[in-house]
Ligand binder design. Structure first.
Ligand code: SF4
Length: 500
């Protein structure tokens, strides 16, 4: 059989990114576990199974960012014959002697965001996401044919300064400059090792040509709140026209992705530039999406301050989305970050607007009460170790988390990581050796909270999951094992001691 010549431009990622997650995107968090704790076989079978592949080796489902880059290349004049979104298990059908560019999209290629504290806590080697990314970059076909490897996506900054076999790091929005970068590489022109892509206007964010992981449908970009550690804060706020959003919804539904996640940094502000919401536009968005017949609709992110200021809008969204009738609940990622108004003032001065920064803990509690009444499931992040944080600030966060412990949800304590280009970009990140006893108490408390709610979350989340009874039974078993295995770490940390 003749050797596959390969596509000129291959877009792909490793299996931790190109997974169906059995329809439950939160299972993807398992990729931050080290291989020594969660063996590869278990990760692949129960948490991150690969996306389905087409006969030609392309991926039937791909991360939303990769779909946008694919669409931008096609819109810029590249042909379908030149560009392929390739399945990581079938690269032999995509990469060959004619392949000139392999574009890898990744959210956390080196495990610098979500895994650092776990790596510190458990101390059992690198996380799956890092190992899988490095294995992809060093894939035998890439070594043999030597295409240029370009890494883009939200986590591409993590590769800066790392000698891992990447030729170009693409920071910023792929649709703006990536097609021209590809042309330059194909013409043999020089391209710098770090490329900074500009922003594209909302109406130029292209319509996808296929389904996305998690059924993610991008509705807008950027955030005006300007938190000092955050990368979306660096992007101008834009919202896509409704018709383009609905086209992306159709792409998902036609390709079998029936559970959708509407994505922006604050979905409730769709159609508005600042802190005031446009109720009419938000409700029209949700209603129009619902009319196309998805199984469920979730929001990716919401600002708690927006929720607090627009509680009636949340109730109306629940009604339009059919929570309690068409779907049991709705989930959204929210940022609590801290219980300390002092830390908020220092690093997130606009976080509570239009509310008062001094009311932050009460704003958070009010929102949790509302979520509970309306059957919304919050997945909350906390940032530990922001510059200037003292024991008394951490105690305020502990008190806040304590007061939320009976509300179902997930609480993710993240060590402060310095993200290149943000206001705190040049500052050293927070690590295990910097942790105060109060930090360990907070991590232990979050672990206790998560273990307490995991079974309920699994039951509720099953509504979206495509997994069969065997996988559900295995996940329930893994819940029990996690309860047992993590219990000893939790007890130590709740006493204010490091976990090991
Ligand atoms: S509110 Fe959230 S998305 Fe906006 S800048 Fe702050 S952390 Fe980033």
């Amino acid at each position: 059989m003749a050797k596959n010549p390969g596509k000129k431009i291959v877009l792909t990622s490793d299996s931790t990114m190109m997974s169906s997650y059995h329809g439950g995107v939160m299972l993807g968090f398992a990729a931050i576990m080290p291989r020594a704790v969660l063996p590869q076989r278990i990760l692949r079978s129960f948490f991150c199974p690969p996306v389905p592949a087409a006969g030609d080796g392309s991926a039937k489902i791909a991360p939303c960012g990769m779909r946008k880059v694919e669409a931008a290349l096609l819109d810029a004049g590249f042909s379908r014959d030149e560009v392929m979104v390739a399945h990581p298990d079938h690269l032999e059908k995509a990469i060959g002697p004619e392949t000139r560019i392999v574009g890898i999209t990744h959210d956390d290629p080196m495990g610098k965001i979500a895994a650092r504290e776990l790596e510190d806590i458990i101390g059992r080697g690198p996380p799956h996401n890092r190992s899988s990314f490095l294995a992809l970059v060093n894939h035998p076909l890439i070594r043999e044919h030597r295409p240029r490897v370009v890494v883009g996506g939200n986590g591409s900054w993590e590769v800066m300064g790392e000698n891992v076999g990447v030729d170009h790091i693409y920071l910023g929005e792929g649709e703006s400059d990536f097609p021209e970068v590809c042309r330059k590489i194909l013409r043999g022109e020089d391209v710098p090792p770090v490329i900074r892509g500009g922003a594209v206007p909302a109406e130029s964010i292209p319509v996808n040509r296929g389904a996305t992981v998690g059924g993610i449908v991008e509705i807008g970009r950027g955030c005006w709140r300007g938190c000092a550690f955050c990368s979306p804060a660096m992007r101008t706020v834009r919202h896509r026209p409704l018709q383009n959003i609905l086209e992306d919804v159709r792409q998902n539904l036609e390709n079998g992705q029936m559970d959708l996640i509407l994505h922006s940094e604050d979905v409730l502000t769709y159609g508005s530039k600042g802190m005031e919401t446009s109720e009419e536009k938000v409700l029209k968005l949700v209603k129009s999406v619902k009319e196309l017949g998805p199984h469920t609709v979730d929001f990716s992110h919401m600002s708690l301050a927006t929720v607090h200021h627009n509680q009636n809008l949340v109730r109306k969204v629940s009604e339009v989305a059919g929570i309690g009738s068409d779907q049991k609940y709705m989930s959204a990622w929210i940022g609590i970050e801290t219980g300390s108004c002092r830390i908020l003032e220092m690093h997130m001065p606009r976080k509570a607007l239009p509310g008062d920064i001094g009311e932050w803990p009460e704003i958070v509690r009010d929102c949790y009460r509302l979520f509970d009444e309306e059957s919304w499931l919050p997945v909350a992040s906390l940032v530990l170790g922001l510059p200037g944080e003292k024991a008394e600030d951490v105690i305020k966060t502990i008190e806040l988390v304590e007061s939320l412990k009976d509300y179902t949800g997930l609480m993710l304590p993240l060590f402060f990581t310095t993200i290149s280009g943000t206001k705190l970009g040049g500052i050293k990140g927070f690590g295990k050796d910097d942790a105060l006893p109060e930090h360990w108490q907070l991590v232990g408390l979050c672990l206790e909270y998560n273990l307490k709610h995991l079974k309920t979350l699994h039951r509720l989340y099953s509504e979206r999951m495509t997994a069969g009874p065997f996988v559900h039974a295995a996940l329930s078993g893994i819940n029990l094992v996690a309860d047992f295995a993590l219990g000893k770490y939790m007890k130590r940390m709740k006493r204010g001691e490091p976990p090991n």
